[in-house]
Design a protein around this ligand. Structure first.
Ligand code: C5P
Length: 237
């Protein structure tokens, strides 16, 4: 398998073609951004840590029967994934109130959300990833009704698997964002799962161990990601 030209470069990852039309290479970079790219920094080792973290989680999800684009980790910074038609919709599940939910609704951070909530956002940098709903997604053709139904089912199924996994490591899965694509007609989990795209708190102290450390200037960002990994039994070296 041969690496070919760059297809796309996002805020933290780059995507490359390969000589196989069904496969792409994802490169995890050290670039870190927040607030629609207004805050940007290079964090040493972050690309490697997220690549290894993501491989671990994607394998767990695969074992649990979730269809994912993940094929294998190639090296420190690269993973081989299926080439899918990505849907421009971000699916967010929240178990505990935090982030934009608190800002939008004026609710206090840290409340247990029962049942967990489910939100959709349009993946559109120019519009600042606005919140949407299923009717809007269908009307504008961002996803079909069947695709949305499957994305919701899978996003909640991931919650069951990962809440348990993180709880066993003394962590609370506060919320997370997933993206999906169509791979030969099957809705399949894409993108990455790392502390860049979810919130994880220490179960006892509620210390933040995710990208909020970067957003809020708390420092020790990559160290926190490594701490989460260590608790899950991930080896980064
Ligand atoms: O900002 P908000 O509270 O809506 O984020 C909910 C969850 O989705 C958080 O875990 C955040 O890291 C993740 N997210 C993301 N990429 C975005 C928006 C949110 O990973 N573009």
């Amino acid at each position: 398998m041969e690496k070919r030209e760059e297809l796309y470069s996002g805020k933290a990852k780059s995507v490359f073609k390969t000589d196989d039309a069904d496969l792409l290479i994802l490169e995890f970079r050290d670039d870190t951004s927040a607030f629609d790219g207004k805050k940007k920094e290079q964090l040493d080792r972050k690309g490697k840590v997220n690549n290894i973290f993501n491989a671990f989680i994607m394998e767990k999800l695969k074992e649990a029967g979730i269809p994912t684009h993940f094929e294998k980790r190639l090296n420190d910074r690269e993973a081989l994934v299926k080439c899918m038609k990505m849907l421009p919709v971000e699916c967010v599940v929240r178990n505990i109130s935090a982030g934009s939910l608190c800002k939008r609704l004026g609710v206090e951070e840290g409340q247990t959300l029962n049942p967990p909530t489910y939100e959709l956002f349009l993946k559109n940098d120019a519009q600042g990833d606005p919140m949407i709903n299923e009717a809007l997604a269908i009307t504008f053709g961002w996803a079909t009704e069947d695709q949305l139904k499957e994305m919701k089912r899978l996003t909640y199924e991931v919650n069951g698997v990962l809440q348990r996994l993180f709880a066993d490591a003394g962590l609370l899965l506060v919320d997370y964002k997933l993206e999906f694509g169509d791979f030969h007609g099957q809705i399949t989990l894409g993108d990455e799962f790392s502390p860049d795209g979810c919130r994880l708190w220490d179960a006892k102290t509620r210390e933040k161990l995710d990208k909020d450390r970067f957003r809020q200037g708390l420092g020790g960002v990559v160290e926190a990601y490594e701490e989460v990994g260590r608790r899950l039994g991930i080896q980064f070296d």
